[in-house]
Design a protein around this ligand. Structure first.
Ligand SMILES: [Zn+2]
Length: 207
């Protein structure tokens, strides 16, 4: 069975919200960081932030993992976790404004098979490009990697897994549903318009 995970905000007081407790069935977890096909506003310093974010989790992260991840950075797109930057997450992935990162896990039989992480590089405000600072990139990378290690969103505003509206917001599967709803709405409106036009034409012919 193959499914794209529906990340839902199932937050309990006692259990830290997790996508999976133990998502990876092997170690090390291989990571591919694509710094070759990068968008125009990519900064080479972002690569270092991703490395720092990997170290953060390897050294215990927010303390909410049941295991200690060991990473191996590899030069192969067949890696477990694939990280790439995109110029415009809104345009490329159809996410709402201000969403800075998207993580899409592929789950087979209760384990992650592959996780794709897409990181934004900034946003447009009043027609001006505002790039993400290295500090912002580090926070975004930590947050998205938290998902790639099985964690879900936290209610705690101090937690790296808290979905901040400003910089870090990721609920891709929910957004996908939202996206398909929008698409459905567009088709529904289109269908009504076509129906009305056809009725109008038929009405004219009948006369
Ligand atoms: Zn998130």
């Amino acid at each position: 069975m193959v499914l794209i995970l529906p990340v839902h905000p199932a937050v309990s007081e006692f259990n830290y919200p997790r996508i999976l407790d133990n998502p990876w069935d092997h170690s090390p977890i291989t990571v591919y960081i694509d710094n070759k096909s990068v968008p125009p506003h990519y900064s080479p310093t972002y690569y270092t932030q991703v490395q720092k974010a990997l170290n953060y989790w390897a050294e215990g992260g927010n303390g909410k993992l049941d295991y200690t991840p060991v990473f191996a950075i590899v030069d192969s797109e067949k890696a477990d976790i694939r990280i790439r930057w995109v110029e415009n997450l809104q345009k490329d992935q159809g996410v709402p404004p201000k969403v800075a990162g998207v993580t899409v896990p592929l789950i087979v039989n209760g384990r992650f098979i592959r996780v794709d992480v897409m990181l934004g590089v900034g946003y447009s405000q009043w027609g001006e490009w505002v790039p993400y600072s290295d500090t912002a990139m580090l926070a975004i990378a930590k947050h998205e990697l938290g998902h790639a290690l099985g964690l879900n969103h936290s209610n705690d505003k101090q937690d790296i897994m808290y979905p901040s509206n400003e910089q870090i917001n990721n609920t891709n599967p929910i957004l996908s549903k939202y996206g398909s709803f929008l698409l459905f709405a567009v088709y529904a409106i289109l269908a009504i318009v076509v129906f009305l036009s056809v009725s109008y034409v038929l009405g004219r012919i009948a006369k």
